[in-house]
Design a protein around this ligand. Structure first.
Ligand code: NAD
Length: 485
């Protein structure tokens, strides 16, 4: 019997599911059991061509619609996503292995927020009037044209919407390539947009590995590329986009600092560290994986952290009581286990976890290392799994310098009751998305993105509009034209 997660076909182009079994088969493995639950096929050059030519052709008419009309469609899509939240959350859990307890509140709901927010903004995207005596300039905010979205595997529904919603609101069309690891959810987003009344062809989904992504990025018809992925992939995609002078948004990796001062509320700080390391089993780009704890509260913090981490419920992700799921793939599990071994070998003190869980699927216990030093591999490299490194510090000046001593700059957090210190420290940290007495909140109203190697551009908020549109300026002369001859 076909598994309920198996999509009707691999791709969604011009308003319909499309199949081409000549492409490389991509198995979809359910991370909680290791079973294959679906198969899709990588896009062949014919499929890529269909998607790009369709999106190119559909964009002009879409951009001609009023912002109010476009926005209405996006907001209708948001409503449909909310109505179908349970079904979409189950699919997200099959795609990623994340527990339903999380997916019910963080994935289709977050996608719906983006559709609703950018749907609401669509009608307000205007230019300005600049008086110049008798003459004047007016500006128009115009679409970029055809945008390509390329996703990572940790938030397949959210990423498809965070890229699609602002792109479409601005009058662009999109070809979206999900991660080959999680190909299922973006197809539903495409289907729902059509159900909401979107014209066929403005949001298309094609499957495939990096080479399909690369063929989209280099196509001359493409005006913009928005990637969520690792830094090495980001460098390749940014360089390829630069060849064609295309716009880019790069949402890449991180190794973010979470700084906890002696005066912090311990339980809130522990909660922040848990949210910043163990949500989605640690597979979150903005995670605060370097937890700097001031010496005075270190042992108290570690004791409370170990106690609360012990309350994580590992198990069937479809059981809403489960609060901690598996790694997305066997490969990712092995990478993370490798980092845990390095942590042990380089002399970090294991506080809890540290092993593969004794279960089917790709589960790793939530793991905390203390006495981690800045040079250790686990403190330098992005692990993308449930491995928290706790480092000691004494002074504010010292911790800020150490926190910034990394190529990454996605997020940063600080826990303290001293508000002047909180704002001063955040002001001195090199990071794009920051938190005070909290960690990992990502409302659509707030800009999201990194500095340094963690990325270029911002998603969400009004900032995203700037990255999916461009300004045309028009000088209007009211009098005669003067010329030298
Ligand atoms: P990845 O870099 O391996 O792949 C990302 C996507 O890029 C995939 O769809 C892949 O097929 C595609 N790709 C690979 N090579 C390509 C190429 N040459 N041209 C075009 N496309 C190509 O990343 P991943 O393993 O799927 O995801 C994990 C990484 O993503 C982590 O580093 C994580 O921090 C990052 N991430 C960042 C954010 C953010 O918003 N900043 C969010 C989630 C994940």
């Amino acid at each position: 019997m076909t598994h309920p997660a198996q999509p009707k076909a691999s791709h969604f182009i011009n308003g319909e599911y499309v199949e081409d079994t000549a492409g490389t088969p991509i198995p979809v493995i359910y991370a909680a059991t290791g079973e294959q639950i679906a198969t899709v096929y990588a896009a062949t050059p014919t499929i890529v061509e269909q998607a790009l030519s369709t999106a190119k052709a559909a964009q002009k008419e879409w951009a001609k619609m009023t912002g109010t009309e476009r926005g209405r469609i996006l907001r209708r899509a948001a409503d449909i996503m909310r109505e179908r939240n349970h079904e979409l959350s189950v699919l997200e859990t099959y795609d990623t292995g994340k527990p339903l307890q999380e997916t019910l509140v963080a994935d289709a709901t977050s996608g719906a927020d983006a559709l609703e927010y950018f749907g609401g903004l669509a009608a307000s995207l205007t230019g300005e009037h600049i008086p110049l005596g008798e003459d004047w300039v007016y500006t128009k905010r115009e679409a970029l044209g055809l945008c390509v979205g390329i996703g990572a595997w940790n938030y397949p529904t959210q990423i498809a919407c965070w890229k699609g919603a602002p792109a479409l609101a601005c009058g662009n069309s999109m070809v979206f390539k999900p991660s080959e690891t999680t190909p299922l959810c973006a197809l539903k987003v495409a289907e729902i947009l059509i159900e909401a009344g979107a014209p066929a062809g403005i949001y298309n989904v094609v499957q495939g590995m990096g080479e399909v992504g690369a063929s989209l990025v280099t196509d001359p018809r493409v005006d913009k590329v928005s990637l969520t992925g690792s830094v090495p992939t980001g460098k390749k995609v940014y360089a390829a986009a630069a060849e064609g002078m295309k716009h880019v948004t790069m949402e890449l990796g991180g190794k973010s600092p979470l700084i906890i001062f002696d005066d912090a509320d311990i339980d809130n700080a522990v909660g922040g560290a848990i949210n910043g390391n163990f949500y989605s089993s640690g597979q979150v780009c903005s995670n605060g994986t370097r937890v700097f704890v001031q010496k005075g509260i270190k042992e108290k913090f570690l004791a409370r952290l170990a106690e609360r981490t012990g309350n994580a419920i590992l198990g069937d992700p479809m059981d809403e009581a489960t609060s901690f799921g598996p790694m997305v793939t066997e490969n990712q599990m092995n990478i993370v286990l490798g980092y845990i071994e390095k942590g042990k070998a380089e002399g970090a003190r294991l506080i809890c976890g540290g092993n593969r869980a004794d279960k089917d699927g790709f589960f790793i216990e939530p793991t905390v290392f203390a006495d981690v030093t800045d040079e250790m591999t686990i403190a330098r490299e992005e692990i993308f799994g449930p491995v928290m490194s706790v480092l000691d510090f004494e002074t504010e000046e010292e911790v800020v310098a150490r926190a910034n001593d990394t190529e990454f700059g996605l997020s940063a957090g600080v826990f303290t009751k001293d508000f002047t210190r909180a704002h001063r420290v955040i002001g001195n940290l090199e990071a794009g998305s920051c938190f005070i007495n909290s960690y990992n909140d990502a409302p659509v109203e707030a800009p999201f993105g990194g500095v340094k190697a963690s990325g270029v551009g911002r998603e969400n908020s009004k900032e995203a509009i700037k990255h999916f549109s461009q300004v045309k300026s028009v000088y209007v002369r009211m009098g005669d034209v003067e010329a030298a001859f």
